[in-house]
Design a binder for this molecule. Structure first.
Ligand code: GTP
Ligand code: MG
Length: 193
């Protein structure tokens, strides 16, 4: 898809603030600092529209990005960052539950994992949570540029096995550095728009 318009519409903390025009939404999910915001930026060819950081915990709200007036990307705060208080973690849980369990314009969630590492218990919980709510999932195994080419299939297998991925689900290797996987990701996303 050629992106001619991409803009932030709202940083929401509760349902009242979500956009009400009923356009399809594609949400991101994944560990803190895994590369969710970078994935959005790469897909829409913007350097830093979705704010990124080398420090975990950059994205704190549900950020709705209007893309070409036809869909929203929803950037979501990450999970699994150790230095988060119990109170903040509970706030995150409520915000996520409210969004993922109620939002009927949510068409697909892109679950981002780091291709270098075995998915964590939190990643598994997120995947199972999405399955529980019957939300279609695309798994993106990012930071592909950080592993040698001949290790790619072994790392992908580790992702598939650890998440216990359903037959119907797809994992796409990706790099926000090299743009690998970008076209595959867009063609998958297009089916849900
Ligand atoms: P939170 O908002 O804190 O949950 O993080 P996030 O998941 O949005 O991660 P973000 O996109 O901010 O990226 C975190 C760090 O990883 C940044 O330093 C990025 O430059 C880096 N990064 C993201 N994707 C890639 C990638 O494909 N390859 C490499 N080498 N670095 C990446
Ligand atoms: Mg982010």
């Amino acid at each position: 898809m050629k992106v001619s318009k991409a803009e932030i519409v709202i940083s929401a903390v509760s349902e009242k603030q979500y956009p009400s025009d009923r356009r399809p939404e594609i949400a991101l999910a994944g560990r803190s600092n895994v590369g969710k915001s970078s994935f959005i930026n790469k897909l829409i060819n913007r350097k830093n529209l979705a704010r990124t950081s080398s420090k975990p915990g950059k994205t704190q709200t549900l950020n709705f990005y209007n893309i070409n007036d036809i869909l929203y990307f929803v950037d979501v705060p990450g999970y699994g960052y150790a230095k988060v208080s119990k109170k903040e973690r509970e706030k995150w849980g409520r915000m996520m539950e409210e969004y993922f369990s109620l939002r009927d314009t949510l068409k697909l969630t892109v679950l981002i994992v780091d291709i270098r590492h075995k998915p964590t218990e939190d990643d598994r919980m997120m995947y199972d949570f999405l399955k529980h709510y019957e939300i279609p999932v695309l798994v993106i195994a990012t930071k592909l540029d950080k592993i040698p080419k001949n290790k790619k299939s072994a790392h992908l297998k580790q992702v598939i096995d650890t998440l216990d991925l359903d037959q119907e689900d797809t994992v796409i290797p990706f790099s926000a550095e090299t743009s690998e996987g970008k076209e595959d990701a867009w063609s998958y996303l297009s089916k849900y728009i």
